[in-house]
Design a protein around this ligand. Structure first.
Ligand SMILES: Nc1ncnc2c1ncn2[C@@H]1O[C@H](COP(=O)(O)OP(=O)(O)OP(=O)(O)O)[C@@H](O)[C@H]1O
Ligand SMILES: [Mg+2]
Length: 373
């Protein structure tokens, strides 16, 4: 149904009354977002912090009220709660290259948050984020993995984690776990075929809830798979989430590198240290004869890193096994740790770990290299 309007949705919602307060959800100003995409509707409902569990029936009633409108095929409503201003409000911006004062942790117990980002979609960011997280775990770090890609969460599939996060206390969600890594994704919270039609404030509050309302526990690193691009949503996220650093993923083609530069500039603008660049699908290694072919102009990311004064972290080959194992929820870094591809991801993990230690303590701590027997 193409003619569905926001007014019709709000009219339907006026029938839903708050269980304790006098009035309906619209009159009480609780509906903070309505997104209509064809026959799919998304709603955000503002609630008081801590009352989300009690208001689950209200959320469902809102969904049902809108679903009853003729022609609506799906409704996804989320409860959002205003929190104290979080993130990097604290330290004043410093000049590029200057040491930043550590931001107040948004997530208590999490020592470092690392964003994996790219200017362009489809360059292998999520694959890199998963293998980086699992690689860090293989090095003995306590690791979490957050899928900040609300529109197209891919981490449930890539990590093989299934089911729904539980909430024993009704306030905080317990993250899922895959190979010893704590994983959180919107993909665990909404039906697989539900449309992802979040926008602006809804995305931000979803991310903040997945950071702040999840029992991450004590972590050395939380790896965040950011959505692709450098739009407002990414920028705001880079500003609001106290990122310790960013890893930029790019393929070697000029067009992807152009976007990688945009991503570098975006993080620099908001004073997030760039840990370095990863060149993904860097070269092709024939699985049969081992011949290495540079199908794209290999080395572009290294050159881009040099020009921008950031480190070049790793080159990952274009390799069918990386994709196959990733699709099967078995990251190659764990499934075939002895392979050269896995070793490339491990090198990346070691560099990231060492750089975080440098940022945290001033001086880099050296860890013994692990040897796969
Ligand atoms: N090095 C690689 N070799 C072969 N296939 C790869 C490699 N890296 C990623 N892929 C595959 O490319 C596809 C896109 O990768 P991925 O989903 O990680 O990209 P993305 O940047 O996160 O995409 P999006 O922008 O949609 O979030 C996937 O099918 C993945 O398995
Ligand atoms: Mg992705």
């Amino acid at each position: 149904m193409s003619g569905l309007t926001k007014e019709q949705v709000l009219d339907a919602l006026r029938a839903v009354r708050h269980p304790r307060r006098a009035g309906d959800v619209v009159g009480l100003g609780m509906i903070t977002g309505v997104v209509i995409k064809g026959t799919n509707v998304g709603l955000s409902i503002e609630v008081e912090p801590g009352e989300a569990r009690d208001l689950e029936p209200l959320r469902r009633a809102c969904e049902a009220a809108v679903k009853a409108l003729p022609g609506v095929t799906s409704v996804t409503a989320v409860l959002t709660a205003e929190r104290a201003p979080a993130g990097r409000a604290g330290p004043p911006p410093s000049l590029p290259g200057e040491n930043r004062a550590p931001a107040r942790p948004l997530v208590p117990g999490v020592r470092a948050i690392v964003a994996v980002a790219s200017g362009k979609g489809g360059v292998g960011k999520s694959t890199t984020a998963v293998n980086l997280a699992m690689g860090l775990a293989a090095l003995g770090q306590r690791v979490g993995l957050l899928d900040a890609d609300i529109y197209g969460p891919s981490l449930p599939r890539m990590t093989g984690a299934t089911g729904r996060p539980s909430s024993p206390d009704g306030r905080k969600l317990r993250p899922m776990e895959a190979f010893g890594v704590k994983v959180m994704s919107m993909g665990f919270l909404v039906e697989e075929d539900a449309p992802m039609i979040w926008r602006g404030p809804m995305v931000q509050s979803a991310i903040q809830q997945m950071l702040g309302d999840v029992e991450w526990g004590q972590l050395d690193v939380l790896v965040v798979d950011l959505p692709p691009g450098t739009g407002d949503a990414q920028l705001t996220m880079a500003q609001r989430v106290p990122l310790s650093g960013a890893v930029i993923v790019s393929t070697p083609q000029d067009i992807a590198l152009l976007d990688a530069r945009k991503a570098i500039n975006m993080f620099r603008k908001v004073d997030v240290p760039i840990l370095g660049i990863v060149e993904n699908m860097s070269y092709y290694c024939c699985p049969k004869c081992g011949h290495r072919a540079e199908i794209f102009a290999h080395g572009g990311a290294r050159e881009c890193a040099r020009r921008y004064g950031v480190d070049f972290l790793a080159e990952i080959p274009l390799d069918a096994e990386i994709r196959e194992l990733s699709d099967a929820g078995r990251p190659i870094v764990l499934a075939r740790p002895e392979s050269p591809q896995a070793q490339a991801y491990l090198q990346l993990a070691m560099s990231v770990r060492d750089k975080l230690a440098e940022l945290e303590g001033g001086k880099a701590r050296r860890f013994p290299r692990i040897v796969w027997s």
